[in-house]
Design a binder for this molecule. Structure first.
Ligand code: GTP
Ligand code: MG
Length: 270
């Protein structure tokens, strides 16, 4: 079995940063190689070692220049081009061996997960190649501090989840930017009752029934829970990757004989 994470989320939410953190954690703590593939034809720069880059096939800049498209049309064109040339991506991953780990840094535009089929085709191709694929949906913590934004963020995560039919984890990014003393747990636990009651007071009563219905949908899909990412907290990746859910879902086990994670070392030294 080979493993892949599909890292999604709105523009600028921290997807590429998450990929870089995970790659580093693989190297340092898990002693495994993590191959990060850039699937965003509009990407500009990222901090990870890029194993394969869709811009070698097609970039949005090229499309805009040659076909005179705007950035959104250019992205759709480039992704459709990838769909027609899926053999390019197959070639990039065809040497993957058992236990190899891949992370795909995906573009953020919601239409790729709502009504275009290319991301689903990539997932299907990986699954046919014996990859166990999990979805990681990143949401910027600054966008969920108010309940209405939380609801729309959670619904966009749900769109991706339903469309790709992948086991799914939500990551709350940029938690280091929360004001000191902020209660991260409140967001991580995502109490849908509390969110609904806040919406009851902040939104017009005409939305009440709709909000209650949406709250139930989120509850049923267990979508209100998040894992908090704090890039300044060194123990973060350890805690995250040693959790049972992450190991089971994402296959984040260590190579035998690999160094212990820093949280284990701290535990032993206490
Ligand atoms: N403080 C802080 N900043 C972050 C974090 N993650 C990302 N950023 C910053 O947010 C900006 C966007 O981060 P990226 O990782 O490029 O976000 P992205 O989702 O890949 O963006 P696009 O690919 O353009 O959609 C950059 O300036 C990052 O430095 C984080 O955990 N903490
Ligand atoms: Mg990016």
């Amino acid at each position: 079995m080979k493993y892949a994470q599909f890292v999604m989320g709105p523009a600028g939410c921290g997807k590429s940063t998450y990929c870089a953190i995970i790659q580093e954690h693989f190297k340092v703590a898990l002693r495994r190689t993590c191959r990060v593939v850039n699937l965003d034809p509009a990407a500009e720069n990222f901090a990870y070692d890029c194993y394969a880059d869709v811009r070698d096939l097609i970039s949005v800049d090229d499309v805009m220049e040659e076909l005179d498209y705007g950035p959104n049309g250019g992205l759709v064109y480039a992704m459709e081009y990838l769909s027609e040339n899926m053999s390019w991506l197959e070639e990039q991953i065809c040497d993957a061996l058992d236990d190899d780990y891949y992370v795909f840094d995906c573009p953020g535009q919601i239409e790729l997960y709502s009504h275009l089929s290319v991301m689903r085709e990539v997932v299907d191709m990986l699954q046919n190649e014996d990859f166990r694929v999990a979805g990681v949906y990143c949401i910027d913590v600054n966008f969920i501090e108010d309940s209405a934004k939380f609801l729309s963020g959670a619904l966009s995560a749900l769109t991706a989840m339903v469309n790709l039919e992948l086991p799914h984890i939500n990551v709350l990014t940029k938690c280091d930017l929360l004001p000191e003393g902020a209660d991260v747990e409140r967001y991580v636990e995502g109490d849908s009752e509390a969110i609904l009651s806040e919406l009851r007071t902040s939104m017009h009563p005409r939305y009440r029934k709709l909000n209650v219905a949406l709250g139930q949908v989120l509850e049923e899909y267990s979508l209100v829970s998040f894992v908090a990412l704090n890039r300044d907290d060194e123990a973060w990746a350890d805690e995250l990757t040693s959790s049972v859910a992450w190991d089971g879902l994402l296959g984040l086990k260590r190579r035998q004989g690999a160094a212990r994670t820093s949280s284990e070392q701290n535990e032993n030294s206490e």
